[in-house]
Design a protein around this ligand. Structure first.
Ligand SMILES: Cc1cc2nc3c(=O)[nH]c(=O)nc-3n(C[C@H](O)[C@H](O)[C@H](O)COP(=O)(O)O)c2cc1C
Length: 233
């Protein structure tokens, strides 16, 4: 009887050990076979399924394609006879190549188009840390995971209306991808500024910046930047 009990105990232990090992074995092989699949399943929807929103602010200093002054020509791109602001043009290329939606930040009180008046007003707004009122609003921000945000460099910073914009919206959990146009200063410190204004968003440091002198020839570069980021549709 004693021998029978010992034999049964030994058999039970052997079975338990075998079961244990075979479970582990199947876990490992599951990990090995499933891990690449899981990676795909997790990463694809973020890039391919999520809709992007392209937000921009731009002040073309004229809407007339004829007889432009140098300053007017500096702040505009003409496409098929239509005048676009420099940043507006970049926003347009991004929107077409991502299939995202587009939103233009517009002030309730329009900016002057006379260059000197605009430059002085912008400086004054910056000195007063002023927040211009934005005319219209994004009412369905929830559907976007990625927000491209574009602006011209004004006095080594973002135009103050971009501060109004970042005051208004909370981009927690979303990705912000900055782009800008400029007359030589590039982004200045604006990407860090955005990171401070939206601490719970992921701000992409690899933004797109282009000089007003070459903006009209920048489509290919914008497209290859979008490809590198994984947002080219
Ligand atoms: C008010 C104002 C301030 C500017 N300040 C700067 C500056 O500090 N650095 C710079 O590189 N360009 C500066 N620029 C040039 C603009 O960044 C450039 O022309 C830009 O492409 C204009 O974009 P938009 O046509 O989309 O408004 C300034 C332009 C304006 C109107």
């Amino acid at each position: 009887m004693k021998r029978l009990i010992v034999t049964m105990l030994a058999l039970t232990m052997l079975f338990a050990l075998t079961a244990c090992n075979s479970n582990k074995g199947s876990e490992v092989s599951q990990e090995l076979t499933e891990s690449p699949m899981t990676e795909n399943v997790e990463s694809e929807p973020q890039i391919l399924d999520a809709k992007a929103l392209v937000v921009y602010f731009s002040v073309p200093e004229t809407m007339n394609p004829n007889n432009m002054t140098d300053e007017e020509a500096n702040s505009t791109v003409i496409i098929n006879g239509e005048v676009l602001g420099n940043t507006q043009y970049v926003a347009d290329v991004i929107q077409r190549n991502t299939g995202g939606d587009i939103f233009r930040i517009e002030p309730e009180t329009p900016y002057p188009t006379d260059h000197r008046t605009l430059v002085d007003l912008a400086k004054d707004e910056q000195n007063r840390n002023f927040r211009p009122v934005i005319k219209s609003h994004i009412d369905n921000l929830d559907q976007y995971d990625t927000i491209f945000v574009g602006y011209p460099n004004w006095w080594g910073d973002m135009p103050m209306i971009l501060y109004s914009f970042f005051d208004e919206y909370d981009f927690s959990g979303k990705t912000i991808i900055p782009f800008n146009t400029h007359g030589g200063s590039g982004f200045s410190n604006t990407i860090n500024e955005i990171t401070e204004l939206e601490p719970n968003a992921t701000v992409n440091k690899n933004g797109f910046t282009v000089s007003r002198n070459t903006v009209q020839d920048s489509e290919t570069k914008i497209i290859s930047w979008l490809k590198d980021l994984g947002y080219k549709k």
